[in-house]
Ligand binder design. Structure first.
Ligand code: NAD
Length: 257
């Protein structure tokens, strides 16, 4: 085995028009992967992500890389089936799925509106399952190996008061990762997850733009600072690569926040 084995592979990143997903999409293109950028509604941001990904890929000597934009709601089963079919049809297959799309919602646990609870679970957990299901079906049909990487959270392990639905969705993602990993290991499909701690992205606008709040958040982090999207993307690229060929069912923890 030589190198990362990523050149010419096809990847789909969900919720990739911003934050961690955007950085992952760009890094995968830079490594020579054809990348599908899924987005829900931010077509302009997704377009900008595509432009940067193509530029970075070309700078790394991969000017033949294709980067495709695909709209789709991670809470909608029909959208998910359409997105995966689109990727497999256009790229001739799908090798790497990154379940990154995610939302959170803050409420005291005795007062969460049922529709908001359902929405968080539908996007973060059910969506990740359905994307995995469609990808695994494709991989089995074509008898090809593949990799699934779930963007979980430190809140997979550490409960987050006021964010019950989010904590549950990420805890569920832990079981999703390990169950699929064990079930499909003998078919060459690896399933891993990363668990970012506090990372500077739009989901954290409540504190990233406020210096006093940022200092407080960072005071809880052993390294004394929030993570960057590129640090999260680096871990995903490693797990997607042949360097991680013997790693499955693993949660890669990226600092406690
Ligand atoms: P973000 O808000 O920039 O990214 C979330 C992305 O998901 C956005 O692009 C959004 O448009 C997309 N999305 C939301 N609902 C969607 C839907 N229904 N269908 C498709 N896409 C949808 O924030 P981020 O921090 O980059 O979050 C990315 C992932 O990282 C999430 O799963 C989040 O839970 C996880 N995470 C983030 C942190 C952090 O501190 N930033 C920490 C741990 C885990």
């Amino acid at each position: 085995m030589h190198g990362k084995g990523l050149v010419g592979k096809s990847a789909l990143v969900t919720g990739a028009s911003s934050g961690i997903g955007q950085a992952i999409a760009i890094r995968l293109a830079q490594e020579g992967c054809n990348v599908a950028i899924n987005y829900r509604k931010d077509g302009d941001e997704a377009g900008q992500t595509r432009a940067v990904a193509l530029q970075k890929a070309a700078e790394s000597g991969h000017s033949d890389v294709q980067v495709r934009l695909i709209q789709g709601d991670a809470a909608n089963e029909n959208d998910i089936i359409r997105v995966v079919n689109d990727v497999t049809g256009t790229f001739g297959g799908l090798d790497i799925l990154v379940n990154n799309a995610g939302i959170q919602s803050e409420h005291p646990s005795h007062d969460i509106p049922a529709d908001q609870f359902d929405r968080v679970i539908a996007v973060n957990l059910r969506g990740a399952y359905l994307y995995s299901r469609e990808t695994i079906k494709h991989l089995l049909e074509k008898a090809r190996p593949g990799v699934i990487i779930n963007v979980s959270s430190v809140h997979e392990m550490i409960p987050r008061p006021l964010y019950l639905s989010y904590s549950i969705s990420k805890a569920g993602m832990g079981s999703l990762t390990k169950t699929l990993a064990l079930e499909y290991a003998n078919r060459g499909i690896r399933v891993n997850a990363i668990a970012p701690g506090a990372t500077v992205t739009p989901i954290n606008e409540a504190w990233t733009g406020d210096q006093a709040k940022k200092v407080l958040v960072e005071s809880y982090i052993p390294m004394g600072r929030a993570g960057t999207v590129n640090e999260m993307a680096a871990a995903v690229v490693f797990l997607a690569s042949d360097e991680a060929a013997y790693i499955t069912a693993k949660l890669c923890s990226l600092m406690v926040g």
